[in-house]
Design a protein around this ligand. Structure first.
Ligand SMILES: NC(=O)c1ccc[n+]([C@@H]2O[C@H](COP(=O)([O-])OP(=O)(O)OC[C@H]3O[C@@H](n4cnc5c(N)ncnc54)[C@H](OP(=O)(O)O)[C@@H]3O)[C@@H](O)[C@H]2O)c1
Length: 331
């Protein structure tokens, strides 16, 4: 077969959004365990910013992007869960979803239910599977039960709005933080039981007030540097701190000794990619997500759309905290 050409977004060195260059790349046939997929829409994620800036160093040059949906065009040897013509979506290593067409490992690519559009599929896989593993698999001693308080930072973002709805479906009282009153209202409308504008309110004091001094069972913190230390003060004894991102910068090193006097706290740093190492675990988590979305319990809100060629503007908006919900790149 003659190699095909795809538009793709590549960086040749780490840096700002200006490093994102549109190029033509050749795409060949899938090898064993791989598929070729023609994208219909691509998801934008904060990890794309870390990979672009160098916070998560990459081998250069690198085609960015971790999430997309499209149609399977070719299937390599040994791939049995997908066939040519299937609608599919994924959140997956290695980066490379910022393109029209790619060859990639099949393991994390899931058949997309007919009821879910390509745009929704592209927007929800990485963020939705993250909300899934956070709320369902990253639990404190004794688990999470209806009525329990959890604190979720950046609750009006892509992962945040999905988590608000998921927590509500589980009967949890999610306290969501966000950087403006408008974002707080959005989180509330999506199921947050309480909201705190952390740009102007002391979130530790407000959490204590809301929980009658008890604190929350879990803090889900993707903001990192600006919130980590104070998040520990929101936990009840034996509470669980789940750190899963660095939107404001990486968390500073700390001594485990501080966790004792704060109530023998647990701290974990989670990443989706530990949860989706096998085809089986990926599909199990995706089935849970698909069921939540297909049943209408979770609405995937796409608040921003950018053409693939305008991806630098999408990065600027995400980094400037100008987005809410999910953002997709269109083709
Ligand atoms: N570990 C994992 O498995 C995993 C997987 C997916 C996502 N994540 C993390 O989860 C977070 C959410 O991801 P997302 O793609 O859905 O992004 P997002 O939440 O839509 O956007 C990030 C949000 O973080 C908040 N933020 C606080 N301080 C910020 C700062 N200094 N600069 C920029 N934003 C800041 C902003 O909301 P406010 O204005 O309301 O503060 C912003 O809208 C990211 O940190 C991401 O890395 C981790």
């Amino acid at each position: 077969m003659t190699a095909m050409i795809s538009k793709a977004i590549r960086i040749d060195q780490h840096g700002g959004p200006e490093e994102l260059k549109i190029v033509d790349v050749t795409v060949g046939e899938p090898g064993p365990g791989e598929i070729r997929i023609r994208h219909k829409a691509i998801g934008l994620n904060f990890i794309d910013v870390y990979q672009r800036s160098g916070l998560y160093p990459q081998v250069m040059p690198v085609q960015l992007g971790m999430e997309a949906a499209g149609v399977i065009e070719a299937v390599g040897q040994g791939v049995t869960h997908l066939k040519v013509g299937d609608r599919a979506a994924y959140a997956s290593q290695p980066p490379g979803s910022y393109c029209e067409l790619r060859v990639m490992p099949a393991k994390c690519v899931c058949k997309l239910p007919d009821a879910i559009s390509f745009e929704t599929g592209a927007a929800m896989m990485l963020k939705g599977l993250t909300a899934q593993y956070l709320l369902r698999r990253s639990q404190p001693q004794g688990g999470l039960n209806a009525g329990d308080f959890v604190l979720f930072h950046a609750a009006a973002g892509g992962v945040g709005l999905i988590a608000c709805q998921w927590a509500k479906a589980m009967g949890l009282q999610l306290i969501g933080t966000a950087g403006s009153d408008e974002k707080c209202a959005l989180a509330k409308a999506h199921g947050a039981a309480f909201v705190i504008n952390y740009a102007k309110e002391d979130f530790v004091a407000r959490v204590k007030e809301i929980t009658a001094g008890q604190g929350v069972k879990v803090v889900y913190d993707s903001v990192g540097k600006d919130t980590f230390d104070r998040s520990l003060d929101c936990l009840r004894p034996f509470g669980l701190m789940v750190s899963f991102g660095n939107a404001s910068g990486p968390v500073a090193p700390f001594s485990p000794g501080i966790l004792g006097p704060k109530g023998s706290l647990y701290v974990t740093r989670q990443t989706l990619f530990s949860h989706i190492t096998t085809r089986e675990s990926t599909q199990e988590m995706a089935d849970d997500l698909f069921a939540m979305v297909s049943s209408g319990k979770i609405n995937i809100r796409i608040d921003q759309r950018f053409a693939l060629a305008d991806v630098a503007d999408a990065h600027r908006a995400l980094e400037a905290r100008k987005t809410t919900g999910c953002t997709i790149l269109t083709l």
